[in-house]
Design a protein around this ligand. Structure first.
Ligand code: AMP
Ligand code: MG
Length: 408
């Protein structure tokens, strides 16, 4: 379905279109210790309970609670020490009536013992341990499965392998994990004015910064970026570069050439290559001058060339798709309400996305807009970790206004 270039879709409409696109994800097995930040490609269940045996939570004495039921300071109870159990050891003998085993943190409880008394509460007298108070049965014992019971799901398909998740899989003795392959995403910058870093700067030209900018975000969100450098605003060169990028990657991101200028050939070229334009130009600023197209089973996201707008287009529109392409179960960004910390004068009626820094101050989520919100600006964006959505309307937004923000 081709569509008119003048009709602007809303972000909701654009998101709905991207959300519906089917995608085939590939999986691979990686070493557990290489899996940080990856996404589980299947539910992972515990093969063993952790711990798999009852163990001592403290350095102390393993006893039968029954034996200490009458222990008081006036009439302490003396128990014969059977042996000393280090972590990792297995008791040679059971703890019978009148006996106690010296036991260290993490050591398996000897048969017969049901309770641990911390050593700080015990007097050690040669072959005897002297107890002057009782403890509830089971006290200070780490029960079987206290952390994980065999068979429970440790990680669901689509969840991130955080450090704690990797740790809990290591506790199972797992050495490998099945994850989604990282999708490869081409980044292609277009514009006659663009120079690659390392080239001599000449009048009228600028260094391309979008490749460097986008690569960073793609890495941050778990994608494998492939930079394809710059291509001029020439239809044939553009068509060739797009074809190559589409063949070699799971998705293509371009910058530049999606606006209404004389040399903005992106949409036209994609159509000529046989791609479907899913939308072109969205109703928000900055970055609404963007398109999405589908070629076979691949998405092409055509972002604005203006670095600020390009960043917003990627983060605001493209990110959920990218995260879904990585296999994430919940690819949407968190949306919260924050307190606007500086007045913002809207100069246009339409929807505007503010880049800013979100933080917690006195228990409240606050949002500081970055100082330069212009399309071309990224230098003040270094601290940007949130996008605020300012809906239709022209009135200035006062400091203290509650606004919706997306946390990046
Ligand atoms: P365009 O989207 O092609 O109309 O470009 C909009 C503005 O962004 C122009 O001022 C371009 O010079 C600038 N621009 C385009 N591509 C890049 C790039 N890769 N790096 C930095 N600026 C760019
Ligand atoms: Mg251009």
């Amino acid at each position: 379905m081709q569509e008119s270039k003048t009709q602007k879709k809303t972000i909701e409409e654009a998101s709905a279109i991207l959300k519906k696109l089917p995608m085939k994800l590939q999986v691979e097995t990686v070493l557990l210790l290489e899996s940080y930040g990856r996404i589980a490609a299947e539910d992972i269940r515990a093969a063993v309970s952790v711990p798999a045996f009852p163990k001592s939570a403290y350095d102390g004495y393993a006893v039968r609670a029954e034996d200490l039921k009458n222990a008081t300071e006036q009439i302490p109870v003396r128990l014969k020490i059977t042996e000393t159990l280090a972590a990792g050891a297995v008791a040679k003998q059971p703890v019978l009536n009148g006996m106690a085993a010296r036991i260290m943190t993490g050591a398996m409880l000897p048969e017969g013992a049901d309770t641990i008394i911390m050593q700080e509460k015990v007097l050690h007298e040669g072959e005897y341990a002297v107890f002057s108070e009782k403890e509830a049965q089971g006290a200070n014992v780490v029960a079987i499965g206290e952390d994980v019971l065999e068979g429970t799901i440790l990680l669901k398909k689509g969840e991130v392998l955080t450090p704690a998740a990797v740790g809990s899989l290591a506790a199972q003795g797992f050495t490998e994990v099945i994850v989604y392959k990282r999708p490869t995403v081409a980044v292609l910058c277009t514009g006659n004015e663009l120079l690659e870093v390392g080239e001599a700067l000449i009048p009228g030209k600028i260094y391309s910064s979008n490749g460097a900018l986008l690569k960073g975000y793609l890495l941050q969100y778990g994608v494998k970026p492939n930079l394809y450098g710059t291509v001029a605003d020439e239809k044939e060169a553009l068509a060739n570069a797009l074809k190559k990028a589409m063949e070699e990657n799971d998705m293509v991101i371009t910058t530049g050439g999606v606006s209404v200028g004389e040399f903005d050939y992106m949409a036209e070229t994609l159509e000529q290559l046989g791609a479907d334009i899913l939308f072109h130009r969205l109703a928000f600023k900055p970055g609404g001058a963007m398109l999405a197209a589908r070629f076979k089973d691949k998405l092409i996201l055509g972002l604005s060339g203006n670095p600020g707008a390009c960043a917003v287009g990627l983060l605001y529109v493209g990110l959920p798709y990218l995260r879904k392409l990585c296999g994430e179960k919940t690819p949407e960004l968190l949306k919260e309400t924050a307190l606007l910390k500086e007045e913002y004068k809207k100069t246009r009626k339409g929807m505007r996305i503010l880049r800013g820094h979100a933080a917690i101050e006195n228990g409240t989520l606050v949002f500081y807009p970055i100082s330069n919100q212009r399309n071309g600006a990224i230098s003040s964006m270094a601290s940007c970790n949130a996008l605020a959505e300012l809906t239709e309307g022209e009135e200035p937004l006062r400091q203290g206004t509650q606004i919706p923000v997306l946390l990046l």
